[in-house]
Design a protein. Structure first.
Length: 331
């Protein structure tokens, strides 16, 4: 049984578009839960008209809290978590389910393209470097052979993902303090620590509007990402690696601040860094106990993926400078 969980905060027309694509699936969902974060544009009513059970949060509690509420209310042994601004191909869920079952994977995600951008990648799977910044592999690049290889992954974007319900009992729910952004990377690190692997299925295609609610470089978006990057370090990096990789962390975060400055969002970045540092101890209290050796191995592998794909498809200046400043890999 598959339960679909769709958090929504306004964006009625986008939600309707998603629900229409869900209704066209060759592998239909058995339960449709729309978790409403206080929409005021008729989105909940449109969801009910299409047969969804609407779960009201009463206010904008954030993506993580909405997904967690949906998990608690769901009855399926598989959960499809979908952003409200995504559209999935008719065979999307069928391909993910077949691949996950065939390989004994805990979750599966597909190739997600930018909506209306003629074959440009929105995301595939997530990786994170020693410095604590994550890359949604392929984001912004033209689709190419590098993104068409099925592979084992540890961190699935929660844009359009299918998961075994049991994985949340083993790895825990999404972390509410993240609100929105990087909560899926935090979850992926916990999966990696417990060796709960998933699969990337490039034949499963979806299209994502991308930051449709606020915008990719809105000050609030940047604030949350900057804060949550520091929370990732607090929650997952053992003390010896915090000391060992201090320069990599400083370089990664400052370079990301440069990106924010370039897009006119330096204030949001500074605010987020301040909140992250102020909340570091509280986030550290929920430290996920990642073994230092295992984390070192994971991040070394992640940086190899970043470097290899950047080399084959063209380097972003961010990653080019990061590898230049930090020695080119996790040593």
């Amino acid at each position: 049984m598959i339960s679909a969980i769709v958090p929504v905060w306004n964006g009625r027309d986008l939600l309707v578009r998603l629900l229409d694509s869900l209704a066209a699936q060759t592998q239909p969902v058995d339960e449709l839960l729309v978790v409403d974060n206080g929409s005021a544009d008729g989105a909940p009513e449109a969801a009910r008209d299409r047969g969804a059970r609407v779960i009201p949060m009463g206010h904008n509690a954030g993506f993580a809290a909405a997904v967690n509420r949906g998990i608690e209310e769901s009855r399926g042994d598989w959960l499809a978590v979908l952003n409200s601004d995504v559209v999935i191909a008719p065979d999307y869920l069928a391909r993910l389910l077949d691949a996950a079952q065939a390989g004994g994977a805990w979750f599966a995600t597909g190739k997600i393209l930018e909506f209306g951008k003629n074959g440009r990648i929105d995301g595939t799977f997530d990786v994170i470097c020693r410095g604590g910044t994550a890359w949604r592999v392929g984001s912004g690049r033209t689709d190419a052979a590098a993104f068409s290889l099925s592979r084992q992954i540890w961190s699935p974007p929660f844009t359009a993902v299918l998961l075994r319900t049991e994985v949340f009992r083993r790895a825990g729910m999404l972390e509410n303090r993240f609100e929105s952004y990087l909560e899926d990377v935090d979850f992926g690190l916990r999966c990696a620590a417990r060796e709960l692997a998933g699969v990337y299925v490039p034949a499963a295609i979806a299209w994502h509007q991308g930051s449709a609610t606020l915008g990719r470089w809105h000050a609030e978006t940047v604030r949350r990402i900057a804060r949550n990057q520091i929370f990732l370090l607090a929650r997952h990096y053992p003390a010896p690696l915090l000391r060992r990789w201090f320069w990599a962390m400083a370089a990664a975060q400052i370079l990301w601040g440069g990106l924010a400055l370039r897009h006119g969002a330096a204030g949001g970045w500074l605010h987020g860094v301040f909140q992250g540092l102020r909340g570091f101890s509280a986030a550290r209290a929920s430290y996920a106990q990642f073994d230092a050796g295992a984390l070192h191995k994971l991040l070394r592998s992640n940086e190899r993926i970043i470097r290899d794909i950047q080399t084959s498809t063209g380097f972003d200046w961010y990653w080019k400078l990061y590898f230049l400043l930090t020695g080119g890999g996790a040593k």
